[in-house]
Design a protein around this ligand. Sequence first.
Ligand code: SF4
Length: 275
Amino acid sequence: MQNDMLVFSASILQDYLDCARRFELRYIIKQAWPAVQVEPIMEYEQHIQRGRLFHHFANQFFSGIPQDAILKNISDKKQQEWFMCLVDFSKTFSSNKHFSELRLFAPLERHKIIAIYDLIMQTSAEKIIIFDWKTAMNRPKSRYIFDKPQSLVYPYVLRKNYEALFPGIQQKPHITMIYWYPEFPNDTLRLDYSDERHVETVPLLKDQLNAINKNIEDNHFPLTNNKAKCKYCPYRSLCDRGVFAGELKDLDQIVPAEEEIEINFLDLPALDLRI
Ligand code: SF4
């Protein structure tokens, strides 16, 4: 396999860091292995669906659809509560220009990196904020989030694209990334992507990509030694790492509930625009 064919995302890097074998099974071999990922399964699926819909409603809102029209289509009480928290939260920022549900690519040496953004907002001539909606029911510690590949990849890719998105912006705008949890609306996680952090990020990403290349060349994909990672991995039985899935209530301590929720908008309900 030509490793140049991989487009790296934060999720792919996270899988690699969690377990090289999982990376191989998921992205190299593309091994299908149906298994319950989290218990109780119904509650987990409801949780995933709620997260998916929240992203959908947030995208509608930031695309200019009136909040009353969106709210009218939300039947779930929790979802209504989350959406109104988002509306209130949005009032704390003034947007010069913003992009909702945007995919950007950036090169890093011979590799390509993709980031899928919930919202990118220019709030002043020299400030850009990346917003990421996290619909987990637990809010992890900031260190845990800031060390994750997403906190490297998203600001890095934006830094490589800001001139195209915001023509006329001054050189090197101040980029901030905000993780916002509708369940904890007043408890945002804010990461400033300073020049110093950018200087640290580039070699970190390069090292991770080079390590992946080396594993691919050597066909070396060891199983993780951290068996806690296996609890939420669908390949548990394939790797002989247990049969039972981990519990939803502990999920965010080990793996975020949604690293990136891939939204297929065609699968989502159409909006009734009658107010
Ligand atoms: S079950 Fe464990 S060892 Fe196997 S791929 Fe998943 S995380 Fe890796």
